[in-house]
Design a protein around this ligand. Structure first.
Ligand code: NAD
Length: 485
């Protein structure tokens, strides 16, 4: 069975202590490969390789770095089908999704930042306090940066960090989720084939405590970009604090949809089903709390339930599959726990609420981690199920009567990542959007991403913003130079 290797200084290496962890195919619940269970020794080697490569990479011109990153994107594009299948097998998502979202967006991340550094302008200031001086501000790479990514959109979120980090001249040590390391492992070869110099990109695979934590605590890594759960984010923050590291934390969410009676009904239903169950509901931007104005509440539920029940759950490797398997047996148990809790809290299961049977009797798919898309009504907005992040195919739905009331519900959570507003009254949409405590609000749409815009969350959904110039600022130090003229 395949044993993945770390990628350090341009070489594929076994973990130093030769320990491995099993890697499951979630659609059949079986081990299909082994991932290095790396530790501080492997991190040390990777940081050293990245440190050695930094002077060479950071002194290249933006044009030279851009050319190489474009080549990486081209190499990845050549292998789109292989990567889409690999992501689907490793994560459980449908190949129809990985081939239209995960891998194309990873390519777009690389191309976007390869282009962005060519268009980026530095600033100069003149005239204050007297005309005899000029200040100019340049952005310089910070050195070796640590990138830690989650399992839900593995290559997509990893490249969202890696592309800007190396584009501005840093070298990186990446620690992908131990549950979805496969496409990062394949990507290491893509980097090599594209001619990225050794040591610029290093991958160390393993668990959070064994491999992630030594990266966060490494004194030669001044910046950490982390995407994952809020609890883990708190640990990362504590561990980075003594070193005063630059930190970006992209954390959990509990995203509301505010649906007013004058919405374009069909479009709203279609997009809200999509925003609720996309990638099995395992996207940080997925809707998890739906609030519907009382006049259309019953009509909404009827149409929403009908459309949800039509979602095709199946073998992730089939193009026809709309919803694949959950990431792990533990995650499946977590979903079941919250559905049970919803019942105890007085919730009514309007659709789903149980494991899905996929495949014929005797098929290995019968052991996969499939769960039906689940709609729960009848809960109060303060119930635990409506407050805590579930991160799966489970949404709650609640009526409201006034704009003030629904804003209160929307904001009454610890999180503040994303939200959607549905109405044809554009004044109301903009008013509501401004008042919702979330980093992104979509009006009459969902998951439209312009990579130039700031991405990040309020409250426990994170710290900092990435995207476009925000990423360039985050992955650099801004240095001001004042000169007498
Ligand atoms: P997680 O926090 O368990 O793990 C994320 C990463 O952190 C993994 O690579 C893990 O190995 C590593 N890690 C764990 N403990 C660590 C430690 N002590 N030190 C350093 N690294 C450590 O999250 P997950 O279960 O992989 O992902 C799901 C979570 O991610 C959800 O909460 C979801 O909302 C969030 N998420 C947020 C965004 C966003 O952009 N805001 C995007 C995707 C996912």
């Amino acid at each position: 069975m395949e044993h993945l290797k770390n990628f350090i200084g341009g070489e594929f290496l076994e973990p130093i202590d030769k320990n491995y962890i099993p890697n499951y195919n979630p659609s059949i619940g079986e081990i299909y490969s082994y991932v290095p269970d790396s530790n501080d020794k492997d991190i040390e080697a990777a940081v050293k390789a990245a440190k050695d490569a930094f002077p060479m990479w950071s002194s290249k011109s933006a044009q030279e770095r851009s050319n190489i990153i474009y080549k990486v994107a081209d190499e990845l594009e050549k292998r789109l089908t292989e990567f889409s299948k690999a992501e689907s097998k490793d994560q459980g998502k449908g190949v129809a999704l990985s081939s239209t979202l995960d891998i194309p967006r990873s390519i777009a991340n690389l191309r976007f930042f390869a282009g962005a550094i060519l268009h980026h302008k530095d600033e100069a200031y003149h005239g204050v306090p007297t005309p005899n001086f000029i200040n100019y501000t340049i952005k310089v790479p910070v050195g070796v940066v640590g990138l830690i990514s989650p399992w839900n959109l593995p290559l997509y979120l990893m490249t969202w960090k890696l592309a800007p980090a190396i584009a501005v001249g840093n070298t990186v040590v990446v620690k992908p989720s131990e549950m979805t390391s496969m496409t990062s492992y394949l990507f290491a070869q893509v980097c090599k084939d594209a001619g990225l110099p050794d040591g610029v990109v290093n991958f160390v695979f393993g668990t959070g405590p064994n491999a992630g934590s030594p990266l966060v605590r490494h004194p030669s890594v001044p910046l950490i970009s982390f995407t994952g759960g809020t609890k883990t984010g708190e640990i990362v923050q504590q561990q980075a604090a003594p070193f005063n590291k630059k930190l970006s934390l992209e954390l959990g969410g509990k995203n509301p949809a505010l649906i007013f009676e004058d919405c374009k009904f069909e479009e709203c239903i279609e997009q809200t089903v999509r925003s609720s169950f996309y990638n099995q509901g395992e996207v940080c931007l997925c809707t998890s709390r739906i609030f519907v104005q009382d006049k259309i509440y019953d009509k909404f539920i009827k149409a929403f339930v009908e459309k949800t029940k039509a979602i095709i759950i199946g073998d992730p490797q089939l193009q026809t599959t709309q919803m694949g398997a959950l990431i792990s047996a533990d995650h499946l148990k977590k979903i079941e726990y919250y559905v049970d809790l919803a019942k105890q809290e007085g919730g009514e299961i309007l659709a789903g609420g149980k494991r899905a049977q996929v495949g014929e009797e005797g098929s290995p798919l019968r052991n996969g981690y499939f769960y039906e898309p689940t709609i729960i009504g009848g809960l109060t907005p303060t119930s635990r199920v409506m407050q805590e992040e579930i991160f799966g195919p489970v949404i709650t739905i609640c009526p409201f009567s006034t704009e003030q009331e629904v804003l209160g519900y929307a904001n009454n959570v610890e999180y503040g990542l994303a939200s959607t507003v549905w109405s044809q009254d554009i004044d109301r949409c903009n008013r509501v959007a401004k008042s919702i405590e979330s980093g992104i609000t979509w009006i009459n749409c969902w998951m439209i991403r312009d990579l130039r815009t700031p991405f990040g969350g309020y409250k426990k959904s994170g710290i900092g913003r990435e995207g476009g110039d925000y990423s360039i600022d985050f992955y650099t130090e801004q240095k001001n130079i004042c000169m007498k003229i």
